[in-house]
Design a protein around this ligand. Structure first.
Ligand SMILES: Nc1ncnc2c1ncn2[C@@H]1O[C@H](COP(=O)(O)OP(=O)(O)OP(=O)(O)O)[C@@H](O)[C@H]1O
Ligand SMILES: [Mg+2]
Length: 176
């Protein structure tokens, strides 16, 4: 199992980046009524056909076929399923991919969230060309950040301009 949920987010989002996504949505939400936590990541990257989408969820895929396929997807699936949650991956070639994992936030084996603020910051700062839509809605906090909106306001100034990065850093410290 990964040490925290943030590491899962980083891994799954890097798959989206590798798949050439221009828009990536990440939502971490906890239902205050049921204590179900959910992580939803969707992208408009290259997507996968049905067979590939099935195979990447199988941790033994690589040994069976001899093809090198990683563990990011099966690890998240494993964390979700061993902590009383669920996992779904839907993908369409040329359209994109959506991954949704739920967890029981009271389960003793659920890894901590880790540093969501740093995860969001690193993702945005190191991929200034991607429109991230971020939501963090947990334990009374309700944080929303739509980079496409920021991009409009910036009117041509790149997102990784030092002043913008400084502003983003302060913004995350204040709101997340
Ligand atoms: N969002 C996505 N869009 C398109 N293909 C994806 C996406 N996510 C996963 N894949 C495909 O599934 C494969 C397996 O992903 P997974 O994260 O499990 O391993 P990996 O990225 O290959 O290696 P690592 O263990 O370093 O994460 C990827 O190599 C890629 O082919
Ligand atoms: Mg991966």
């Amino acid at each position: 199992m990964m040490e925290d949920i943030s590491s899962h987010i980083m891994d799954i989002v890097m798959n989206s980046v590798t798949a050439g996504a221009k828009h990536i949505s990440i939502a971490v939400e906890k239902d205050p009524g049921t204590s179900v936590m959910s992580l939803t990541i969707s992208d408009d990257g290259s997507g996968m056909d049905a067979e590939m989408a099935r195979k990447v969820q199988d941790p033994f895929f690589s040994t069976k076929t001899g093809r090198k396929v990683g563990l990011g997807v099966p690890l998240l699936k494993g964390t979700a399923e061993t902590t009383g949650g669920s996992f779904t991956l839907t993908s369409a070639k040329g359209v994109g991919t959506k991954i949704m994992a739920t967890f029981d936030s009271r389960h003793p084996d659920l890894p901590p969230l880790g540093n969501i603020r740093d995860t969001f910051f690193v993702l945005i700062a190191s991929h200034p060309e991607i429109d991230f839509n971020l939501r963090y809605s947990v334990d009374g906090k309700d944080f929303l950040l739509d980079i496409a909106e920021w991009r409009k306001e910036l009117d041509g100034v790149p997102l990784n301009h030092p002043e913008v990065i400084g502003f983003l850093s302060n913004y995350l410290d204040e709101h997340l």
